[in-house]
Design a protein around this ligand. Structure first.
Ligand code: ADP
Ligand code: ADP
Length: 221
């Protein structure tokens, strides 16, 4: 999905948290959003994902203004996983159920993602019994299972074990390369941005101060 931002401003109690003149995410991109705490990364990702409204400015999605139909085509994964109080299987099936998929399609899609993410063995476990890494893998599985056109991740691998990070990075890369899902990922880790992102934007005090191909922005001689 192509996303174009123009003159986006977000003000919290008179304090401008975000001021983006123009920025575009091209369809098929895998962007990393980096920068110090408080730079505005979460605010920007929430505004693009329509979880928060901008104070001013415009965002277009494939050239059109936002409509509720787009809700079905994009999703956000947070640092802290939000899961339904049911089993892993039901959590992952849920986005397909609300989109009207048939029983057979749901079963195939859920089994496929359970296998790819190495969470088959925990499919009957209740969400509140999972470890942090397992819960975050389930949150990503639930986001990927319906093949959104835009995937927004806000520090999805913070505080989880290296094995789970590796699986999540593999799945994010595969989603982008094989399913052509457009990805925007906030990350604290420059190493992760280097491993995964094709382009990075560096934010500071509410502005994007540098943006471009990862090897140019994160180049260290
Ligand atoms: P980052 O994700 O880069 O750490 P944030 O987008 O969370 O930055 O925050 C950007 C700025 O906006 C910070 O100064 C933060 O304190 C402020 N901010 C974020 N959310 C709120 C809120 N709900 N109310 C007031 N200020 C906020
Ligand atoms: P078994 O213990 O024989 O492996 P399971 O109960 O684990 O049987 O699951 C049998 C099949 O039903 C699995 O292939 C699984 O994908 C599917 N399944 C598991 N849980 C659910 C569920 N909550 N709703 C629909 N199908 C499910």
């Amino acid at each position: 999905m192509n996303v174009l931002l123009r003159n986006i401003v977000k003000v919290y109690e008179q304090f401008p948290a975000l001021e983006i003149e123009e920025w575009s995410i091209k369809s098929g991109a895998l962007w990393g959003l980096i920068g110090p705490n408080g730079a505005g990364k979460s605010t920007l990702s929430k505004i693009i994902g329509r979880l928060e409204a901008a104070t001013a400015g415009e965002i277009s999605y494939d050239g059109n203004p936002y409509t509720t139909q787009l809700q079905k085509e994009m999703t956000v994964v947070f640092q802290k996983p939000y899961l339904l109080r049911t089993t892993v299987w039901e959590n992952i099936a849920y986005p397909l159920k609300i989109r009207g998929y048939g029983t057979k399609e749901i079963k195939n899609a859920v089994e496929d993602i359970l296998y790819q993410m190495e969470i088959g063995p925990i499919m009957h476990q209740k969400s509140w019994t999972l470890s942090g890494g397992e819960a975050q893998k389930v949150a990503l599985a639930r986001a990927l299972v319906f093949k959104p056109r835009l995937l927004i991740l806000d520090e999805p691998t913070a505080n989880i074990d290296p094995a789970a990070v590796a699986v999540m990075e593999k799945m994010i890369r595969r989603a982008n390369e094989e399913a052509q899902i457009t990805v925007l990922m906030v990350t604290h880790s420059l190493q992760q941005a280097k491993r995964l992102c094709k382009e990075v934007a560096f934010m500071h005090r509410g502005k994007i101060v540098e943006a471009g191909p990862t090897e140019q922005i994160l180049y260290h001689p």
